[in-house]
Write a protein that binds this ligand. Structure first.
Ligand SMILES: C[S@@+](CC[C@H](N)C(=O)[O-])C[C@H]1O[C@@H](n2cnc3c(N)ncnc32)[C@H](O)[C@@H]1O
Length: 406
């Protein structure tokens, strides 16, 4: 008995995917979908941040020319079968339409992934089961790494049966055993530094002079030169032993020519595996913080996407991250925040249709990028990237380009 998922239009959807993948997507302009910037044809480079405005089907096809096999992390939060103004609306609202819409896009996504690449597909109950079976067909069930739970709220949701507070993030690797563990930081307060070419967590606050409150500006750290006097010979011997093994190092500190005792730990030893239930609230709050609240419905929390991105780029802070259902641009901000955390240089590629924004605030927002506010979602995406950059990455360079069909 075949256990494959079947639906009306499946063969045509896969045939379309195969055709797009094998088409001459060598990046040669004029032979298929290509990109425009300021009206001129544009060939992206592999290390630039981009917002591509247009349908993701030609956009992904166009990207094959420059980015085939180069994407480390894909995060998508596709539109659901909710009957909203969705790009696949013309074809109806049933599961088959959704599967036909997603199939060639996921096939192209797989083609863009590195051998050690992963894809996170974020869904609620509506399409979760279908998406999981579709994902197995496209990425291979053997490359399924499981499903994470995103706990998003205490209450909320409109199911008549439950108070819904979670949704799902299905995860596939291009090649299961290449992706490696999904990591998260064990020690939040430390700083990442590159020392002798290695990524190390550096804690500058390991020895304290004592407990209690300190006057403003007063040094809390116990300087190496004061250990004997404050803590005695035993403590000094202990610290000297750790200096001997390299667990501690001395760093010149303050104007008095003294030294702080600093703990350095290889970054990989200070990480733990990601837990499969991730609690992250916000989303709308993140946009409000940037002065963009109430314009876009149900944005995902930056913290969630940052955690997912960082988990697979813990030792690869130059990776390329793709989101081809960009919405308000959460993924761009998540990439910037991850870079800010570890001085990384990950880049993002976002794709978003110039779909009209439906909310009433969209046109009335003060300080928007045009007098009309944000007539289209993609304008909001661009503005969010600019505002997030001011916070996380003031010298960020990103290119806004448009898909141009042949
Ligand atoms: C659920 S939202 C994503 C929200 C996003 N994760 C965030 O945090 O803001 C899905 C987005 O995909 C966009 N979209 C739908 N069909 C598309 C297509 N064919 N190409 C590009 N974007 C599309 C919609 O306009 C919508 O903004």
């Amino acid at each position: 008995m075949s256990t494959a998922l079947n639906w009306t239009g499946k063969d045509a959807a896969f045939a379309l995917g195969r055709r797009l993948i094998s088409a001459d997507a060598s990046g040669r302009l004029g032979e298929g979908p290509h990109f425009l910037s300021d009206g001129d044809t544009y060939v992206p480079t592999v290390d630039e941040n981009m917002l591509i405005v247009g349908d993701n089907l030609p956009a992904l096809t166009g990207l094959l020319g420059t980015h085939r096999g180069r994407i480390k992390v894909i995060y998508i939060d596709p539109p659901y079968n909710t009957g909203n103004a969705l790009a696949y609306k013309d074809h109806g609202h049933d599961h088959a339409s959704w599967l036909n819409f997603m199939t060639p896009r996921l096939m192209l996504a797989r083609e863009l992934m590195r051998e050690d690449g992963v894809i996170f597909i974020h869904l609620d109950d509506g399409e979760s089961a279908w998406a999981q079976l579709l994902g197995h067909e496209i990425f291979g069930e053997a490359n399924s790494l499981g499903t994470l739970i995103h706990q998003r709220a205490k209450g909320g949701g409109n199911s008549p049966s439950f108070v819904r507070g979670h949704d799902y993030v299905h995860v596939w690797a291009k090649v299961a055993d290449q992706a490696g563990a999904f990591l998260t930081e064990k020690k939040a307060p430390a700083k990442l530094e590159i020392i002798d070419g290695k990524r190390m967590l550096v804690e500058t606050d390991v020895l304290r002079a004592g407990f209690g409150r300190y006057a403003r500006g007063q040094e809390r750290r116990l300087m190496y030169e004061d250990i004997l006097e404050v803590k005695g010979a035993k403590k000094l011997a202990e610290v000297d032993a750790k200096l001997g093994t390299g667990e501690y190092v001395l760093r010149a500190w303050g104007p008095a020519g003294k030294h702080a005792v600093v703990r350095v730990t290889p970054a990989e030893k200070a990480s733990s595996k990601l837990y499969s239930i991730i609690k992250a609230l916000g989303g709308q709050n993140d946009l409000e913080d940037l002065g963009l609240g109430g314009i876009f419905s149900y944005p995902k929390p930056v913290e969630l996407v940052k955690t997912l991105v960082a988990s697979q780029t813990f030792f690869d802070p130059e990776a390329i991250v793709l989101d081809f259902f960009a919405g308000s641009g959460t993924t761009a901000q998540a990439v910037m925040a991850a870079n800010q955390r570890d001085a990384g240089s990950r880049t993002f590629i976002l794709i978003q249709t110039p779909e009209p924004l439906q909310t009433k605030n969209a046109r009335s927002l003060v300080g928007a990028d045009s007098e009309d506010g944000f007539p289209e979602i993609s304008r909001l995406t661009a503005e969010r990237i600019r505002r997030a950059a001011k916070r996380h990455h003031p010298d960020l360079r990103f290119t806004e380009i448009a898909v141009a069909e042949q």
